[in-house]
Design a protein around this ligand. Structure first.
Ligand SMILES: [Zn+2]
Length: 259
């Protein structure tokens, strides 16, 4: 296996996504010695019920930074507008800058066919930026990486695509049972989202629902709580199973024989 930087960059669309889809795995990687950076494409300015967009942005950046600090992570925001995340040249370069700045060895972003349009755009931007992050001609102010980072994708809600069809089975699950409390503590920093989820998705207990989702994923591989991932194994990317190796004792795969 190549020598990848032990720097994890998590890129998600909104504050609370990183915690919801990969908080437990972030904690396990932190404990395994990784340096962690959490970035959101937006500060979630539309996700407020008691303040205008700017007030919500200020509040949610604070919440995201507090959640990141629980695992000693740095928090970055790419300051795109919530609900209007578009793939374009400028944002790709901004993303290359960040990938290079944190010297990412591994990136986790949304899966390409996620249910949420902002998540899909974030995934496309991240993919496009990661694949050119080692190229010297890219107009970035930061130094090119030596190796293209490994790219992984986090789970979409309900493991379904935008039309509600099930997506292909995850490449692997991570048993997060020992760190579920840390994940919930990180999620708990996003207090503003309790009321929003009630309004938007008719979810009365947002944090409870996230715990339930982790339990459902856990059930698929016979552990209490889990998260699941896909590795980006298409052309242009290295295929070394770095996360699967580092987290070996926590990695689970579903029993496809049905026995
Ligand atoms: Zn989101």
């Amino acid at each position: 296996m190549k020598d990848y930087n032990r720097n994890l960059l998590v890129v998600q669309a909104h504050p609370d996504d990183a915690e919801a889809w990969c908080g437990g795995t972030i904690k396990l990687l932190k404990d395994a010695g990784f340096k962690i950076s959490i970035a959101t494409m937006t500060a979630g300015g539309m996700g407020g019920m008691n303040g205008n967009e700017q007030e919500t942005i200020r509040l949610r950046k604070k919440e995201a930074a507090a959640a990141a600090s629980i695992v000693g992570a740095d928090y970055y925001c790419l300051d795109q507008r919530d609900g209007y995340v578009f793939d374009n040249e400028e944002v790709r370069i901004k993303m290359v800058d960040l990938i290079r700045k944190v010297e990412a060895g591994v990136i986790i972003t949304h899966i390409a066919n996620d249910y949420h349009p902002d998540h899909r755009a974030a995934s496309a931007i991240c993919d496009a930026a990661a694949i050119i992050s080692s190229l010297p001609n890219v107009p970035s102010e930061e130094k090119p990486l030596d190796v293209t980072p490994l790219l992984y994708h986090s789970a979409p809600m309900s493991l379904s695509d935008p039309l509600g069809f099930p997506i292909p089975a995850p490449h692997f699950f991570v048993d997060i049972s020992t760190v579920i409390e840390t994940k919930l503590k990180m999620l708990g920093c996003h207090e503003s989202q309790m009321q929003l989820m009630k309004h938007m998705h008719k979810i009365d207990d947002f944090f409870g629902e996230m715990k339930k989702f982790s339990a459902e994923l856990g059930h698929m591989v016979s552990v209490d709580y889990a998260e699941c991932f896909w590795q980006h194994l298409g052309g242009g990317y290295q295929k070394d199973p770095l996360l699967q190796t580092v987290l070996q004792s926590n990695i689970r795969t579903p029993d496809v024989t049905g026995s």
